[in-house]
Design a protein around this ligand. Sequence first.
Ligand code: ADP
Length: 461
Amino acid sequence: MRALSVHTRLTLWYAGALLAILVVVSALSYSLLAWSLAQDVDRSLLAVAGVVRDASRDSPTDVAEQWLRELFDPEHQLIQLLDPDGTLRLRSRALRGDRLPLSPAAQRMILEGRPAFDTAAMRGQRVRVVTLPVRRGGRLVEVVQVGASLRPTERALERWIEILAILVPLAVGLAAAGGRLMARAALKPVDDMSQAARRIDAEALGRRITVRGTGDELDRLAETLNGMLARLQSTFAEMRRFSADAAHELRTPLTALKGTLEVALRADRSGPEYRAALASALEEVERLVRLSEDLLLLSRSSAGPESPGARVDLESLVLDAAAVGARLAKDRGVVVRVGATAPVAVQGDAGALRRAMLNLLENGVKYTPAGGRVEISVAEDGPSVAVAVEDTGPGIDAADAERIFEPFVRLDAARARETGGSGLGLAIARSIVVAHRGTLTVQPAPAGGARFVLRLPADRR
Ligand code: ADP
């Protein structure tokens, strides 16, 4: 079954709630009407009975009888007079030979001198009867009974039910139709928005959803969606750029490899010539292997640490990375040393963090001329810990301080080529640090050169 649309569901809820309210109100109005009609009947019965009682009490019996005969002869009055023992003395013509009932409860009441009300069935109708005692000289001399058919009351109540049965569905129907129109109008912008969003795909991420400028929730929704689209667009652009750069980086060594092999195969070569060609081919293959390893590392590190909960002793990690850096630096005449350290720990993946530090140290060693120095230190810094790698190399211009962390960015192409870097080292380091909820920035070192600072949340367990 197809799910109901929001405006249909809203309308159904609205109509349901209105129906429930109207049913309750109708039931209340019916009970109130029934109660007030019953009160009216009882009041008028009592009034008539009072008149009859007064007439029969204040006049001699035969005069009263005569008077009553004249007064209460009309067709529709149900009146009867009884002796105290219950014997019928007089009844109005409208009773047509029937008797108004006198229940034992009513009998008890009149003996106490109080009026009694009863409802009884007579000739297929419900009849309301009031019974009044007539006392003369403190003695019960007569009983007056006045009855009235409840048919008119019942008819009024039936008519009220008929009116409600027409009015309630009509009101609910009209309200539902109006509510549906209103809900549809209110939700139309949402429909428009979803249609606009449907037209946006990976190829048309530059499109935006129209913001109507009303400043309401729907405008905020459109703005949120547009913000998300803008982020998606820039991510897509970044991915495209990355793929293009990666393809380009792969093509360079592959073209060189192809060229070397073609030249070697073009004519018969001597053994040393073949060896030289193969050595050059191997060099390009090694570049390709390094590049693919770096690409793999980058995609893994951006997926986050492999064991996020593990506690990592940062001090020993720094000492270990410094030892590796020192071995690399030996051939280049650069000194790697450990500066200030502190016994600090972070949470994360020790292998990945070691990789990030090594990338910084390797860069320091690579870009610092012989006779220079690279220093790594670790210190506590408020709620975080900071690892700094500082060198005495050429340093990095403030204008390039952000750019160098992008994949494949090398500031000096010739130098990068000579050092064999792919331009992924800093991108890998930053994505590892970001995955550990930290930051990696560069600033000028006080002694000239570059100072990379890697900041991570401290683990104080
Ligand atoms: P690469 O493989 O080229 O070293 P990186 O991502 O590690 O790639 O570095 C990007 C660029 O940033 C380098 O090509 C280099 O120009 C510059 N760079 C990195 N570290 C340093 C440093 N310590 N001193 C000067 N320049 C640096």
